[in-house]
Design a protein around this ligand. Structure first.
Ligand code: OGA
Ligand code: MN
Length: 213
């Protein structure tokens, strides 16, 4: 499959089903994935990730009954982040060409879920805000087993209580979905779970970070 066909498949999955999961190792290369994983592990060891908030406004609520992950925003400055942002930018343009989404920019953060952490069922964006349009999660864990928990559970776009997909957070695996339409949930992790989330947005002006979900 050439790259154009690969992007065709992603766009088709997004429009027909609202989500798609694929492996990005051959595109990004195992070394880049390893470097991103190392950055994240180093941040986690320095305790540099912060509890994530829920909801919008100037004071997102840190509600541990809803989500327990810790996050750190990417600035796109280190060599692995520059390479990753190059890929995100290409994906933004390819999706715009195929789906006319008018995606203007993206934002990304690292996330860790420690043992016992989860993120209850939610959507990433509320309809009509033209903010987060497409969500992407890239997983950075070696040898993830089903018994390790922490799967991303995806609900059907048409019937929101019906589970239609389960993505294991395995190194190089990506989940890509429509932010407003697809409910999803991170099941409780039984070991530390490393990932990176990115949102492609239709708005131009970045909000202050404190005001972003
Ligand atoms: C999120 C989210 C899913 C995952 O950060 O909003 O739903 O699999 N993440 O980490
Ligand atoms: Mn989410």
């Amino acid at each position: 499959m050439n790259k154009a066909q690969w992007f065709d498949e992603l766009a088709w999955g997004l429009s027909e089903r609202g989500w798609v999961s694929f492996d990005v190792t051959t595109w990004l290369g195992p070394e880049l994935l390893r470097s991103l994983q190392s950055e994240l592990i180093a941040l986690d060891q320095r305790d540099a990730l912060k509890s994530a908030g829920v909801g919008r406004g100037s004071a997102p609520v840190r509600d541990r009954s809803v989500r327990r992950d810790k996050i750190a925003w990417l600035q796109g400055a280190s060599p692995p982040q520059v390479a990753l942002f190059g890929f995100f930018e290409r994906l933004r343009l390819e999706l715009n060409q195929r789906l006319f989404l008018g995606l203007k920019r993206f934002e990304a953060h690292y996330a860790t879920y420690h043992c016992g952490d989860f993120y209850k069922a939610h959507v990433d964006s509320f309809q009509g805000r033209a903010s987060r349009i497409v969500s992407l999660v890239l997983y950075l864990n070696d040898d993830w087993q089903p018994l390790d928990g922490g799967a991303l559970q995806i609900f059907n776009r048409e019937s929101e209580n019906e589970v239609c997909g389960l993505v294991l957070p395995e190194m190089g695996r990506v989940a890509l979905f429509m932010s407003e339409e697809i409910r999803h949930e991170v099941l409780e992790a039984h070991r530390t779970r490393y990932s990176l989330a990115c949102w492609f947005r239709q708005d131009v002006i970045p909000l202050p970070l404190s005001a972003v979900i």
